[in-house]
Ligand binder design. Structure first.
Ligand code: SAM
Length: 232
């Protein structure tokens, strides 16, 4: 992967960014995504935020190499602290992290006033999609698009959300994704067939434990029955 040829996962994330957006890419190791989108005329301005010095330096080098330092501002910052008011960001990408971390970054962004709640969020959690969808719902973000894809034997979900005010999702929609559940494509089926195997293993281990945590057993059984329902 480089700034000219993205991984399929990052390419799909980029496709969800609105044309002409002022983007903040948070966790922008190498700044591949904002560089690719700028070179291809998709975005007009970007902030590339990185909290770790090494990836921040790589992002800076990448942007300078492509002579894009006026259009892509690389900042060493934790989460949405990379965004300044004058950036007038209207889209935020956070990709390649766990859902819990993405949720925390968004939550801090609200507390610190960097998330204005008028931005389109394009999120690609590696795991923990449910907790992220729950945060979106609790914070008045509606899910407007989702995608599931497989690359190198790993399955990824992309969630696009916009502020809509009141929104409600069922437990099943939070777990499976409202759009993904509707579509139930081949990759979705594959993901949840894998999950059945993994949850059956978890259940087996729980049953072997000396003290069986009943609430955990009940939770895993409930999720297994939802998955089995969805897979029929
Ligand atoms: N977004 C790229 C992608 O999807 O390929 C890079 C993903 S990489 C696995 C995650 C990056 O996020 C790392 O470079 C890490 O340093 C950065 N990161 C983790 N927590 C962060 C935070 N709170 N704020 C900014 N960057 C963060």
């Amino acid at each position: 992967m480089n700034e000219q040829v993205l991984s399929l996962r990052l390419k799909k994330v980029g496709e969800k960014v609105p044309q002409g957006a002022r983007l903040a890419d948070i966790g922008s190791d190498h700044a591949y995504l904002p560089t690719f989108l700028t070179i291809n005329g998709k975005i007009s301005y970007a902030v590339a935020g990185e909290v770790v010095k090494g990836p921040y330096e790589s992002a800076k080098k990448q942007v300078a190499k492509n002579l894009l330092s006026e259009k892509i501002i690389v900042r060493l910052a934790n989460g949405l602290a990379a965004i300044h008011d004058e950036d007038q960001v209207d889209a935020i990408t956070i990709a390649g992290m766990g859902g819990t971390l993405i949720r925390q970054i968004l939550e801090n962004g609200i507390k610190q006033g960097q998330l204005k709640k008028n931005e389109t969020l394009i999120l690609q959690p590696n795991i923990g999609e449910r907790t992220l969808r729950e945060w979106l719902m609790l914070n008045g973000y509606g899910i407007v698009d989702e995608e599931i894809l497989e690359e190198n034997d790993k399955i990824y979900e992309i969630i696009v959300a916009k502020p809509v005010g009141n929104v409600h999702y069922t437990e099943q929609e939070l777990l499976f994704g409202p759009f993904l559940l509707q579509e139930k494509n081949e990759t979705f089926i594959k993901k949840w067939q894998r999950e059945v195997k993994s949850k059956e293993r978890v259940l087996g281990d729980l049953m072997k434990a000396h003290v069986v945590p009943r609430s955990k057993v009940a939770e895993v059984k409930e999720q297994l029955s939802w998955i089995q329902e969805v897979l029929v």
